[in-house]
Design a protein around this ligand. Structure first.
Ligand SMILES: Cc1ncc(COP(=O)(O)O)c(C=O)c1O
Length: 405
């Protein structure tokens, strides 16, 4: 059997391309704050993770350029052997202090952070208990580990308890959730999860990729819930931090262990100097300019309220990620194209990024969007809703989010 057979038979993406509404791998000529340039037209960016609008902040750009001058463009090696800079350590200290944790450890991406942390911690006799909607990097981290995997219904703490009941008391247990779910914009009930974890002697990892810089004065889900007992927080620099990279924060002994065991850290080159420096600069801005955090959340609340009032299905979003749930591949892509042609860039999200039937347009907001830009987007969303039958009492395919757990 020819190994490549599956590739030759993979025709779906090409079919969509020839139908003219393929929404992926769109090349950009330029990216100016909240506008993107595709070479032909300028579109308002309502589909990035640049929540605080810091990718074009002069201080963030300057920090990246200065770091190149001081350290060059790359470390060309792993943190373990020859790729640790003072900049990495400075960033780790600043993050740990900001989050109120004993220690932090920087990885080269958020994906590598989750792969490395979960696989380092969970051995053959351990269990990873993971939310069904958890990010791919968490699922893959669990699969890479030797631990046994159990899944619980999305954000359903009763189901979490039921799953925990089935696990032998003597086994190690790691509960894994996203702080904010990247496609739906809803928040995990982290304080409730911590209380449950305590009664089953389980540890908890929260991936705050979409919560750092956005919730709890920027410090993420723990600060949002007013707690500080989550065992491990992981996050990324590729969103609010306007850079690339990831980190884990927690107790010193646990981070020390991960630092010496996590293969995605030891066997991969360290975070490049401009990325470390820009993440550090972004962190300082988050601390100095809380109005950015306030602004992006205000926009999220406005959009959620107005889209819901128009009759869209917007799920349980409580953040600047507001999904327009459509539940159909073709309509999702056609609706995406309608917005694109009218100067608005959003993300078309199909299965398996979301469960089948939950296909959606992911809209996300930035502190630097103007009220006028948001109004323009809302007008177009409304027009799209009418044209594609997405408003309440519209198409039969509209899904009930509560049924999708
Ligand atoms: C929840 C979540 N975790 C982890 C990641 C991975 O982050 P990175 O882009 O740094 O690899 C992402 C990014 O897509 C994410 O959304």
């Amino acid at each position: 059997m020819d190994l490549f057979e599956k590739c030759y038979n993979y025709t779906i993406a090409k079919e969509v391309m020839s139908a003219g509404f393929y929404p992926y791998f769109k090349p950009m000529r330029g990216n100016e704050n909240n506008m993107m340039d595709d070479g032909g037209q300028k579109l308002i960016m309502f589909g990035s993770n640049n929540y605080l609008g810091l990718t074009s902040h002069p201080k963030v750009m300057e920090a990246a350029m200065n770091a190149i001058k001081q350290y060059g463009t790359s470390c060309t090696g792993s943190r373990f052997l020859n790729g640790t800079m003072h900049l990495h350590e400075e960033l780790e200290h600043a993050l740990a202090q900001w989050l109120g944790k004993e220690s932090a450890l920087v990885f080269s991406t958020g994906m590598q952070t989750n792969l490395g942390v979960i696989s380092a911690l969970c051995d053959r006799n351990d269990y990873v208990i993971i939310d069904k909607h958890a990010h791919a990097s968490l699922i893959d981290g669990a699969r890479l580990s030797w631990g046994k995997i159990k899944r619980f219904r999305h954000n359903d703490t009763e189901d979490l308890k039921k799953v925990l009941e089935t696990i032998p008391a003597e086994s190690g247990k790691l509960i894994v959730v996203d702080g904010v779910y990247s496609m739906e914009g809803d928040i995990a009930p982290v304080s409730e999860i911590m209380a449950i974890a305590a009664s089953y002697e389980a540890k908890v990892l929260v991936d705050d990729a979409h919560a750092t810089g956005v919730l709890g004065n920027g410090r993420g889900t723990e600060a949002y819930f007013g707690i500080n007992n989550v065992d491990l927080i992981t996050s990324t620099f590729s969103k609010s931090f306007a850079s690339l990279g990831g980190f884990v924060a927690g107790k010193e002994e646990i981070i020390h262990y991960i630092k010496h065991i996590a293969r995605s850290m030891i066997f991969s080159a360290s975070l490049a100097p401009p990325n470390a420096a820009s993440a550090l600069a972004a962190l300082k801005i988050m601390q100095q300019e809380p109005e950015r955090i306030k602004r992006v959340n205000e926009i999220g609340r406005r959009v959620k309220a107005e889209l819901t009032a128009m009759g869209f299905e917007t799920g349980h979003s409580q953040t600047p990620i507001v999904p327009i749930i459509i539940g159909d591949n073709i309509i999702t892509m056609k609706a995406w194209k309608f917005l694109y042609e009218n100067g608005i860039f959003v993300n078309a999200v199909l299965a398996p990024a979301v469960p089948e039937g939950m296909q959606l347009l992911r809209t996300s907001y930035m502190a630097t969007h103007t009220d006028e830009q948001v109004t323009r987007a809302l007008e177009l969303f409304h027009e799209m809703g009418k044209q594609f039958g997405l408003l309440k009492n519209g198409l039969e395919h509209r899904v009930k989010v509560a049924d999708m757990k």
